[in-house]
Design a protein around this ligand. Structure first.
Ligand SMILES: *[C@@H]1O[C@H](CO)[C@@H](O)[C@H](O)[C@H]1NC(C)=O
Ligand SMILES: *[C@@H]1O[C@H](CO)[C@@H](O)[C@H](O)[C@H]1NC(C)=O
Ligand SMILES: *[C@@H]1O[C@H](CO)[C@@H](O)[C@H](O)[C@H]1NC(C)=O
Ligand SMILES: *[C@@H]1O[C@H](CO)[C@@H](O)[C@H](O)[C@H]1NC(C)=O
Ligand SMILES: *[C@@H]1O[C@H](CO)[C@@H](O)[C@H](O)[C@H]1NC(C)=O
Ligand SMILES: *[C@@H]1O[C@H](CO)[C@@H](O)[C@H](O)[C@H]1NC(C)=O
Ligand SMILES: *[C@@H]1O[C@H](CO)[C@@H](O)[C@H](O)[C@H]1NC(C)=O
Ligand SMILES: *[C@@H]1O[C@H](CO)[C@@H](O)[C@H](O)[C@H]1NC(C)=O
Ligand SMILES: *[C@@H]1O[C@H](CO)[C@@H](O)[C@H](O)[C@H]1NC(C)=O
Ligand SMILES: *[C@@H]1O[C@H](CO)[C@@H](O)[C@H](O)[C@H]1NC(C)=O
Ligand SMILES: *[C@@H]1O[C@H](CO)[C@@H](O)[C@H](O)[C@H]1NC(C)=O
Ligand SMILES: *[C@@H]1O[C@H](CO)[C@@H](O)[C@H](O)[C@H]1NC(C)=O
Length: 564
C-alpha cells in the first residue's frame, strides 16, 4: 500500500499527543503559555579521583525454568570506575609488589552468591572485568512466581579485606508448554521457542518489526500481517484499541499462522490494574506472545510515576514468562521513575523532517524549556538517534540497570504531516536502525506499517533486503555473549565493531553531511592487508571500500565482515 501524502487524521491526532496534554516532556508549548523549566532531569553521577568498584551481579537468564536448574549461572561485573554510579564504592588497589611486575592484573575478588543462608556459589573472579559467568545449581530451590532475593558479596584483599555487596533478583519459574520469552542478561537479547508453539528449544532473537494500527488498518485488512512477514520482519506490534473482538482474535490467529511474534500493547489500560489483569490473563498463554508493552510515552504525557511500576509488578505476579516494555519519547524527563516499571525501554525519537527550533503545529519556538517540535531536544537529523540510544544506555548503567534492562529503538517510518515535512528514505530508515544497533539497541519496532513502498529508495523496498541481513549476518554477533564490542566515531561516521574471536562485524552509518573516508586503522582493522580477501560486503548503500579503508557518500551506510 502506498503511503498517503498526508497523515490519516486519527494518526495525526495521536502523533500530536500533546494536543490533549497540558505539557509535553514537562514543557509548555502553546503560544499563550510561558516557558517554565520542566524539571525531572536525570541526575548525573558525581566524579571521583580515587578508583571505585561498581560490583554487579545478576542471573544470566530471566526467568530460569525448572528445566534449567543444573545449567544456570550468574553474570558478575567488577569494573573500576571513577564516578559514583549506582553501587560504586571506593577500593584500594593492590600495589605492584603484590602482583606480577608490569602486568595489568589487579588480582581477584572472592565472590559469594547466596539466597538467605544458602550459598549458591563461591568463586574467584578478576577485578575490572565484565561478564564473568559463575555457575549455580538451582535444584534445591522451589520454582515459584515470586522472585528470590539474591545477595552477592565480594571480598578484595589488599592491606586488609575490603567487602562489597550487590543485591539481585532471581526468577525461577515452573516449566511450562506455554510461550516463554527469556532475556539473556549477558547480552540483553531475548530468547524464544518456535513461534508456532510446537515446542522445541530456545534460540536468541533480535526483534525486528513494526507498529501497526488495529482500527485503521488491521481491522480492514488482515493481509498486512502477511506483507510484514514477506518483508522479512519477525515481530508485529498492533496498536490498540482492539475494539472489534472478533477481528482481534483473527489478528492473533493470523500473526501466529504467519510466524510473527506479537507485542501486546496495553497503553490505553495500563493504569487500570483490573483491566491489566484481565488482559494478561487472556493473552499470557498465547504461543507467539513475545512481550507486554504498558506505558506509551508516559514522559510526554506526564503519566503518574508509579503507574508503569504498578502494572509491572502485577504482570510479574500473574505471568513472569514475558518481559515488559515501555516507550519513552522525551530526551530527559523523569527517565528513572518511568523506566523502573520496565525491562525494555524503547526510544521513539522521530527526527527526520522536523524543524527543531520552531514548531509548525504550534507556531512557537522550541528549546530546553518550551515548545513541542515532534522530537524532544533534537537537532533534526541522524545524530539524535545515536545520542538518544546512547544516553538511555548510559543512564541504565548509572542506575545499575545495565544488565537487567535493555534499550530498543522505534525507527521513524512515517512523515509528511504534523511536525514532519518528509518521510525518511529507505536509506535513512536503515541508518536509524544501524545507528541504534551501534549504541546498544537490541530490538527495532518501527513506526508504522504500512509504510512507503516501491523501489529500493523506499522503506519497504529497503526492508526486503535489510531484514534478512539483520537476522542472518548481524544478529548472530549481537546475541553472542563471547563477542567484544568497540564503538568508534570518525569524522561523523558512526561505527560499531563486534569481534567473535575469528571475525569482526562492522556496522557503519555516515551521519555527516559530507563524504568522509575512514582508514581501516581508525576502526580496529589496522591489520587488513588485502581488502578483497579480508573485508566482505554484506550490505551497503552509498558506501564502498578501497584497499585502505571505507569510502562514504553523504548518508552512506554499510555492513561488512572482516577476517584476519
Ligand atoms: C491557549 O491556546 C490554545 C491553542 O491555541 C487554546 O486551545 C486555549 O484555549 C488557549 N488557552 C487560553 C487560556 O487562552
Ligand atoms: C605498576 O606498574 C606499572 C607498570 O610498571 C605502572 O605503570 C603503574 O603505575 C604501577 N602501579 C602502581 C600502583 O605502582
Ligand atoms: C579467596 O578465598 C580463598 C579460599 O577461601 C582464599 O584462599 C583467598 O585468600 C581469598 N582471596 C581473597 C583475595 O580474599
Ligand atoms: C468487526 O469487524 C467485522 C469485519 O469488518 C464486521 O463485520 C463486524 O461488524 C465488526 N464488529 C463490530 C462489533 O464492530
Ligand atoms: C485460526 O483459524 C482457523 C480457522 O478458523 C483455525 O482452523 C485455526 O486453527 C486457527 N489457528 C490458530 C493458531 O488459532
Ligand atoms: C524553522 O522554522 C523557522 C520559522 O518558520 C524558519 O525560520 C527556519 O528556517 C526553519 N528551520 C529549518 C531548519 O527549517
Ligand atoms: C525558550 O523559548 C521561550 C519561548 O520563546 C522563551 O520564553 C524562553 O526564554 C526560551 N528558553 C530558553 C532556555 O532559551
Ligand atoms: C523510486 O521510488 C521513488 C518513490 O516513489 C521515486 O521518487 C523514484 O523516482 C523511484 N526511483 C526509481 C529509480 O525508480
Ligand atoms: C565530516 O567529514 C569531513 C570530511 O569529509 C570532516 O572534515 C568533518 O569534520 C566531518 N564532520 C564531523 C561532524 O565529524
Ligand atoms: C574479549 O575481551 C576479553 C577481555 O579483554 C578477552 O579475555 C576475550 O578473549 C575477548 N574475546 C574475544 C572473542 O576476543
Ligand atoms: C588479494 O588477494 C587476492 C587473492 O589471493 C589476490 O588475487 C590479489 O592480488 C590480492 N590483492 C592485493 C592488493 O594484494
Ligand atoms: C537488494 O537485493 C537486490 C536483489 O537481490 C539487489 O539487486 C540489490 O543490490 C540489493 N540492495 C542492497 C542495498 O544490497
Amino acid at each position: 500500500m502506498k503511503y498517503s501524502s498526508t497523515l490519516h487524521p486519527v494518526l495525526a491526532a495521536s502523533l500530536l499527543g500533546g494536543a490533549f496534554a497540558q505539557t509535553w516532556c514537562g514543557k509548555n508549548y502553546m503560544a499563550n503559555q510561558t516557558a517554565v523549566p520542566p524539571g525531572g532531569q536525570f541526575d548525573l553521577p558525581v566524579g571521583s579521583t580515587e578508583p571505585l568498584l561498581a560490583f554487579r551481579c545478576a542471573p544470566a537468564f530471566r526467568p530460569y525454568l525448572e528445566e534449567d536448574a543444573q545449567t544456570a549461572s550468574f553474570v558478575v561485573d567488577t569494573p573500576i570506575v571513577y564516578q559514583y554510579i549506582s553501587g560504586a564504592a571506593p577500593i584500594t588497589l593492590l600495589g605492584n609488589s603484590t602482583l606480577s611486575a608490569g602486568s595489568s592484573d589487579l588480582g581477584n575478588l572472592n565472590i559469594t552468591i547466596s539466597i538467605g543462608e544458602s550459598v549458591l556459589a563461591t568463586q574467584a573472579v578478576p577485578l575490572n572485568a565484565s561478564g564473568i559467568e559463575v555457575s549455580v545449581d538451582l535444584s534445591s530451590l522451589q520454582a515459584q512466581k515470586t522472585a528470590y532475593n539474591v545477595s552477592c558479596s565480594a571480598t578484595y584483599t589488599s592491606d586488609s579485606p575490603q567487602k562489597y555487596r550487590a543485591n539481585s533478583s532471581l526468577l525461577y519459574l515452573p516449566d511450562t508448554n506455554s510461550s516463554v520469552t527469556k532475556t539473556d542478561l549477558r547480552t540483553g537479547a531475548l530468547w524464544v521457542r518456535p513461534v508456532d508453539g510446537s515446542g522445541g528449544g530456545f534460540a536468541p532473537i533480535i526483534p525486528n518489526g513494526f507498529y501497526t494500527s488495529f482500527d485503521q488498518y488491521l481491522v480492514n485488512n488482515l493481509s498486512i500481517i502477511d506483507n510484514l512477514k514477506a518483508d522479512g520482519f519477525n515481530t508485529i506490534h498492533p496498536i490498540p484499541p482492539f475494539d472489534n473482538v472478533t477481528v482481534f482474535q483473527q489478528v492473533l490467529n493470523r500473526t501466529q499462522a504467519a510466524g510473527l511474534y506479537l507485542i501486546y500493547d496495553m497503553r490505553s489500560v495500563y493504569q487500570n490494574l483490573s483491566a491489566v489483569a484481565e488482559q494478561v490473563n487472556s493473552l499470557m498463554s498465547y504461543p507467539n506472545l513475545l512481550t507486554w508493552e504498558t506505558a506509551h510515552e508516559p514522559d510526554g504525557n506526564s503519566d503518574p510515576f508509579g503507574a508503569a511500576k504498578a502494572a509491572y509488578d502485577l504482570i510479574y505476579q500473574m505471568d513472569g514468562y514475558h518481559p515488559i516494555s515501555i516507550v519513552l519519547n522525551c530526551e530527559d524527563y523523569n527517565f528513572s521513575p518511568y523506566v523502573e516499571g520496565s525491562d525494555i525501554v524503547i526510544q521513539d525519537a522521530y527526527p527526520i523532517g522536523i524543524n527543531a527550533t520552531f514548531s509548525p503545529v504550534w507556531h512557537t519556538p522550541c528549546n530546553d524549556t518550551f515548545g513541542h517540535c515532534g522530537c524532544d531536544n533534537c537537532e533534526g537529523n541522524m545524530v539524535d538517534i545515536k545520542a538518544r540510544v546512547q544516553t538511555y544506555k548510559d543512564r541504565l548503567n548509572i542506575m545499575g540497570w545495565d544488565r537487567t534492562k535493555a534499550v530498543w529503538s522505534a525507527p521513524q517510518a512515517f512523515g509528511s504531516g504534523a511536525y514532519w515535512n518528509t518521510t525518511p528514505t529507505g536509506q535513512e530508515w536503515a541508518a536509524m536502525n544501524l545507528a541504534s544497533l551501534n549504541h546498544g539497541a537490541l530490538g527495532a519496532i518501527s513506526f508504522s506499517y504500512p509504510t512507503t513502498t516501491g523501489n529500493v529508495t523506499t522503506i519497504e523496498g529497503t526492508a526486503t533486503n535489510f531484514t534478512g541481513v539483520i537476522s542472518e549476518s548481524v544478529a548472530p554477533f549481537l546475541v553472542d555473549p563471547s563477542v567484544n564490542f568497540t564503538g568508534y566515531s570518525y569524522q561523523g561516521v558512526d561505527v560499531g565493531r563486534w569481534f567473535n574471536g575469528s571475525s569482526s562485524l562492522l556496522i557503519l552509518a555516515n551521519i555527516n553531511g559530507t563524504g568522509p573516508y575512514v582508514p581501516w586503522a581508525e576502526v580496529g582493522l589496522g591489520w587488513v592487508t588485502n581488502s578483497t580477501t579480508q573485508v566482505q560486503r554484506v550490505f551497503s548503500v552509498s558506501q564502498n571500500t578501497n584497499n585502505t579503508g571505507f569510502n562514504f557518500r553523504p548518508g552512506g551506510i554499510g555492513i561488512w565482515i572482516a577476517t584476519e
